[in-house]
Design a protein around this ligand. Structure first.
Ligand SMILES: [Fe+2]
Ligand SMILES: [Fe+2]
Length: 101
């Protein structure tokens, strides 16, 4: 931050977050489709909504339309935590039920 590299670094972090999310969601999708997870469409919808939000957030940030506030970083970590401990948990229970660990 002090030497003015803050924006550059944050952009890289956000880009990495987006590509990690893409990778993670794609991996989940493969497993859900393969094992015919019944709630797949709804789960996929949540992933798509997240990618959309993160995508526009990154764009706005790069264009200087928004500053990265606690609100934004709280939103991101909240979503990830809720998704992983909530939504993904339902799908993991299903996977365990069909013998995938
Ligand atoms: Fe996940
Ligand atoms: Fe997920």
């Amino acid at each position: 931050m002090a030497d003015g590299k803050g924006k550059e670094v944050l952009e890289r972090i956000l880009d990495n977050l987006a590509s990690y999310a893409n990778f993670h969601f794609a991996a989940e999708k493969t497993e859900m489709v393969k094992h015919k997870y019944p709630d797949y469409e709804a789960h996929r919808g949540k992933h798509q909504a997240m990618l959309g939000k993160v995508g526009s957030l990154i764009e706005d940030y790069k264009l200087g339309k928004v500053t990265l506030t606690h609100e934004v970083s709280d939103f991101l970590s909240d979503w990830l935590n809720k998704h992983i401990v909530g939504t993904d948990q339902q799908y993991s229970s299903f996977m365990n039920g069909v013998g995938v660990n």
